[in-house]
Design a protein around this ligand. Sequence first.
Ligand code: ITT
Length: 190
Amino acid sequence: MNKNEDSLVITFITGNQHKVKEAQGIFQKFDIELEHIDLGYPEIQGELADVSIFGGKDVARRLEKPIIVEDAGLFIRSLKWFPGTYSSYVQDTLGNSGILKLMDNVQDRYAEFRSVIGFATPKTEPKTFLGVVGGQIAHQEKGKHGFAYDPLFIPEGYDKTFGELTREEKNELSHRRRSLENFACWYKDL
Ligand code: ITT
């Protein structure tokens, strides 16, 4: 995995450019170089960890090298943690306006973004790394930064949505930062 004495490298499999930019910013601090490959893999329906493990194993075997994949979603407590693992589909269908309609007159607006990194190699058992950030669903969409649900989500301790924060600000506290950091700390010590 070592590229040379000083730098580590890891291959991130995703079709989402926003994730790549976020991960690059986070890995820089760990001196880990990110190689990005946009490659499809089977996404089973299940818990985030199961999705990452299944997809990660498939890709590591096909590429014959260690890789990471990431699966994430928005989990809203008053909607029984919907959209959760259906986040991608719901974003493409209901969208943020549909979520706001479902939340009309709902008092409990607690939600969390969850992210799971799946690390897989062609031979070893996969490992997963979780990151969670809690917050509130706003009453209206705000901000143009980020992607997907970002204009809806106000992280704990802030009065702005992820969509109103810069990428650097979001990267300080995001679910992806937490899962990537958990992974990076472990990977550096390998
Ligand atoms: P992959 O190629 O990595 O699978 P994806 O865009 O399909 O990229 P996921 O399946 O991990 O990503 O994420 C599910 C959905 O959750 C994603 O399409 C977004 O709608 C939403 N989501 C995930 N992380 C988010 C974030 O940081 N901000 C806003 N929405 C996010």
